[in-house]
Design a protein around this ligand. Structure first.
Ligand SMILES: [Zn+2]
Length: 247
């Protein structure tokens, strides 16, 4: 089948379903201009500047020991305050409003799904939008973190403020996991997009899906291409926009 025929087939699935779940990765945000920090240029630039990899900097140990360097990297590389939702985010928000989409499960931390209007969003790796004082738990928004010089400190107690982002060595939030698993297990259509499925825990989540409408949308091949009932190698924004049009 041609790519165009595959997109039309997905459009038909979307039209008749009221229980779609979307599972997304970094590729959903790259179309908003947010680079995948795991890409080779990202790693090269980081190693060049700090003498260590993004994975090292983004670990809990590193955050506690060298928060100045962590925040220098974090503010310059992980946060894109000007990023806007793209066609994929908008289409998914529309499908939720129409009662077709039950949840978005995402590995992204940029908050763009909510910015597009999605409400049921399970952020496996947390979000840059929420930040808490490590001592007293006081909440701070993104602009507070970005506008503070160096390491953000709590106004109330002086404690260090930490983004609600899951760092390496840290576990995922149990509630978020169980809600994600339940949504996937009960889904009629599972659309997976913008992820190579190489990153933990993406691959494991697919196994909870029991339906026969597993849709994979990715520009490049993934190890799960054979398991998919429908495979589309194309732009996630373009595909989802087409599917949500005229609904
Ligand atoms: Zn505090």
């Amino acid at each position: 089948m041609s790519e165009q025929e595959n997109i039309l087939k997905l459009k038909e699935m979307v039209e008749v379903s009221d229980n779609i779940v979307f599972f997304g990765g970094a590729g959903v945000s790259t179309e908003s201009g947010i680079p995948d920090f795991r890409s080779e240029t990202g790693i090269y630039n980081t190693v060049h500047k700090y003498g260590c990899s993004p994975e090292q900097i983004l670990s809990h140990t590193f955050f506690m020991r060298k928060p100045e360097i962590f925040y220098d990297f974090y503010k310059s590389t992980m946060v894109y305050t000007d990023a806007e939702p793209n066609e994929a985010h908008k289409a998914l928000a529309k499908l939720e409003k129409l009662g077709k989409l039950k949840a978005v499960v995402t590995q992204n931390i940029d908050g763009l799904h909510q910015k597009a209007g999605s409400e049921k969003v399970y952020e496996l790796h947390g979000t840059i939008m929420k930040n808490y004082c490590m001592k007293c738990g006081q909440f701070y928004d993104l602009s507070y973190v970005m506008n503070s010089e160096g390491v953000p400190r709590c106004e109330k107690c002086g404690g260090m403020v930490k983004p609600d982002v899951v760092l390496y060595e840290e576990g995922l939030d149990d509630t978020t996991i169980s809600k994600s698993v339940r949504a996937i297990a009960e889904a009629d259509v599972l659309i997976i997009g913008g992820t190579s499925l190489n990153v933990y825990p993406a691959a494991g989540f697919i196994n909870y899906y029991h339906g026969n409408k597993l849709v994979l949308i990715n520009k490049s091949e993934t190890p799960y291409d054979r398991q998919a009932n429908l495979l589309i190698h194309d732009s996630i924004g373009k595909v989802l926009k087409t599917c949500a049009a005229d609904l």
